[in-house]
Design a protein around this ligand. Structure first.
Ligand SMILES: NC(=O)c1ccc[n+]([C@@H]2O[C@H](COP(=O)([O-])OP(=O)(O)OC[C@H]3O[C@@H](n4cnc5c(N)ncnc54)[C@H](OP(=O)(O)O)[C@@H]3O)[C@@H](O)[C@H]2O)c1
Length: 335
């Protein structure tokens, strides 16, 4: 095995400005503890875009290799079952999936579930796993398709697109909220029954603690004031799974949705989520919940094209999922 590998590296240049690009690195930079994994596919998540721009609180030190998702095989046993890593400290605390290799603690590694190829697992990636966590949280909160419509915010994004597909395939009437009018047909194709450009916060409801109860529940991938508005629109006994922060981390609201309508606010974390939950939901994503339309939501790119894709994502202009193909020819079906 070569002593070097290629990786999409971000680093501070001589004048302190952030530089990014594909570089050859020494394998010893991955450290000596943990399991070495050869990466075939990764993906682009919002957190990767933040990491690639050196966002404080995401990247701990430079140089750094982003990529919170990786699918590939164990370098010491390439004939063994393919594996995947999503979340934990991949691409944040440790160098991530935009390198030909990652070295990670063994407990971060999961066998690729039967029913998913590496490519499919990375089309889903952290976004798909987060969508599955969110849907599971709504089900566990007691929602079922008979209770009414479910709103998905940031619907054209990665988590949003997969949440729309999962909910629609489970029989829920999904209303997709998007800022992209051009993506209406895309969202209807994923199963959305209705489209909202934005929540109807007008002068009559702006200052009020509650609005008309329109939805039985919601998956909010956007955060900030969007989450505040969503909470006002949830009907009695409803629930909101909150996972995102593209529109901000703070929101202002009142306790009334909780104490007058019994609404539940469900926090979603894909990073430190326990192993048993991961296994359950990845198995579901590979079987009963496997979305039929994965091909419709994916764009495949090379690591050299990450820069423009990251810019587009941070501007909120990207749609669906971005698959990063490192070594697609090395990927084999699960044995
Ligand atoms: N909790 C967790 O464990 C977890 C895991 C994964 C992701 N996340 C978070 O979930 C969110 C979505 O992640 P992703 O990978 O799906 O990102 P993404 O593909 O970029 O999707 C984000 C979507 O949010 C909407 N949006 C972006 N900026 C906005 C703004 N300023 N105001 C309102 N809407 C905005 C856009 O959808 P429209 O144009 O359709 O409105 C955009 O496509 C991110 O905040 C990410 O950090 C959290």
């Amino acid at each position: 095995m070569s002593e070097t590998f290629d990786a999409y590296v971000i680093d501070r240049g001589a004048r302190g400005a952030l530089e990014a690009g594909l570089m050859r690195r020494d394998l010893r930079e991955l450290g000596s503890t943990g399991v070495l994994m050869r990466v075939c596919f990764s993906s682009l998540n919002y957190k990767d875009a933040l990491a690639a721009r050196g966002a404080a609180g995401v990247v701990e030190r430079f140089p750094h290799v982003p990529g919170i998702d990786a699918a590939g095989f164990l370098a010491h046993d390439p004939a063994a079952r393919p594996v995947l890593v999503t979340g934990y400290g991949l691409g944040t605390e440790l160098w991530g999936g935009y390198g030909d290799y990652v070295r990670v603690p063994p407990e971060w590694i999961h066998p690729l579930p039967e029913g998913l190829t590496m490519r499919e697992a990375m089309i889903l990636g952290t976004a798909g796993f987060t969508a599955a966590l969110s849907v599971d949280a709504l089900l566990r909160a007691g929602l079922d398709p008979g209770r009414g419509e479910i709103l998905v915010t940031g619907a054209s994004g990665g988590v949003g697109s997969i949440a729309v597909m999962l909910l629609a395939e489970l029989g829920f009437a999904v209303v997709a909220q998007t800022r992209k009018p051009a993506q209406e047909a895309y969202l209807r194709g994923l199963g959305a029954a209705g489209i909202l450009r934005r929540l109807p916060e007008d002068e009559t409801t702006a200052g009020k603690a509650l609005s008309k109860a329109r939805f039985a529940g919601a998956i909010d991938t956007v955060g900030g004031e969007v989450l505040a508005r969503v909470l006002k629109e949830i009907g009695y006994g409803g629930a909101v799974a909150t996972c995102g922060m593209a529109a901000g981390t703070r929101f202002e609201g009142s306790v009334f949705p909780f104490i007058l309508r019994g609404v539940q606010l469900l926090g979603i974390d894909s990073v430190q989520c326990p192993r048993s939950v991961r296994e359950t939901l990845w198995t579901r994503l590979a079987t009963t919940w496997k979305p039929a339309g994965l091909a419709a939501i994916v764009r495949e790119i090379d690591r050299r094209d990450l820069g423009p894709a990251i810019d587009e994502m941070l501007a909120g202009r990207r749609t669906g999922r971005t698959l990063v193909a490192l070594h697609p020819d090395d990927a084999r079906p699960p044995s």
